[in-house]
Design a protein around this ligand. Structure first.
Ligand code: PLP
Length: 306
């Protein structure tokens, strides 16, 4: 019988980065006194790697630092330290196309809300294989539902903070699921279109690309930024502002965006059919993919010259 290979930490495959080192998944455990578990006190980021290159890694890490600073949380590493830890995790897991999640919680401490009870934040980096989503998602489009759950009010819990406290989004997701929709779209407290539970929303009307403005109270998605840049390059007019649910019903094209889904066409809003994935949606998705390709090329040639 073959002897089981003894795994040192350096050889961890299928590992999770926990605080300062890689550990096997089965040993990636945190305390029940962690305030991330007790109170949802912490922040996170989701990133995507293509062919071994983590797309827009600096932008994601910058946003992680911004979220942390907005809740008064000190990240226990530098920007470069986080970057190295991400690549270390991916390399150990032998992943090139991956979905990466960084979570940082307030850490372990006695019961009580005061953040100073927790002297040391908990850092977790996970990476899982991700080749992409089923083709039919993009060929046919997916259903979304505008739900009753309103997006967190900016002055309560600012959606700009990518917070571990996700109940707002989960309640919206439950509604969407009950209505047979893939994603929920939330309105803000004043009834203006805000965003999805894990995505930003766009619609096309009369050739103009519309998306809710940041001041409606949404996360400034990194994919959203790139899509707006692509639109500019393609000379597609854009409008960011305050829109109503009805604007989606009369739109010629609707899509949602995030780091892992990229540009995902919407086929139905509240069971009302929108067109098949439209021309502008397709154009923007192709342009987005070109941005990814250029980024990978740039990263590889930079790595070669270093
Ligand atoms: N809005 C919310 C609430 C999200 O959770 C996400 C992604 O997780 C997005 C928008 C899209 O952000 P990004 O494009 O940076 O992935």
């Amino acid at each position: 019988m073959k002897k089981k290979a003894h795994k040192t930490h350096r050889q961890v495959s299928n590992g999770v980065y926990l605080n300062n080192r890689l550990v096997p998944k089965s040993k990636a455990l945190i305390s029940v006194f962690d305030h991330g578990f007790l109170y949802g006190d912490g922040v996170y980021e989701t990133l995507r790697a293509y062919r071994g290159v983590v797309f827009k890694i600096d932008e994601h890490i910058e946003r992680l630092f911004r979220s942390a600073s907005m809740i008064g949380l000190k990240i226990p590493k530098t920007h470069d330290g986080i970057k190295k830890a991400i690549y270390k995790t991916m390399t150990a897991n032998k992943q090139k196309d991956a979905y990466i999640r960084i979570s940082i919680s307030r850490g372990e401490g006695p019961l009580g809300l005061d953040p100073s009870l927790c002297p040391k934040p908990t850092l977790v980096i996970m990476s899982n294989p991700l080749k992409g989503y089923p083709k039919h998602y993009y060929q046919k489009g997916m259903k979304i539902a505008v739900v009753r759950t309103r997006r967190n009010f900016r002055n309560s819990l600012n959606p700009k903070i990518k917070s571990l406290n996700f109940l707002n989004n989960i309640l919206a997701k439950i509604e969407a699921k009950n209505r047979g929709a893939f994603e929920a779209v939330m309105l803000n407290h004043k009834g203006y279109l805000a965003e999805g539970t894990i995505s930003n929303i766009f619609f096309v009307k009369n050739g103009i690309l519309h998306t809710p403005g940041i001041d409606v109270g949404i996360l400034d998605g990194i994919t959203r930024r790139i899509i707006l840049k692509c639109a500019k390059e393609l000379k597609i007019r854009t409008r960011q502002g305050k829109f109503r649910r009805e604007n989606l019903f009369s739109a010629q094209e609707v899509f949602i965006s995030n780091t892992t889904l990229e540009v995902l066409p919407v086929s139905h809003v509240d069971n009302r059919a929108i067109s098949k994935p439209g021309r502008i949606t397709k154009q923007l998705h192709s342009a987005y993919k070109e941005h990814v390709k250029d980024y990978i090329k740039g990263y590889v040639s930079h790595a070669r010259t270093c």
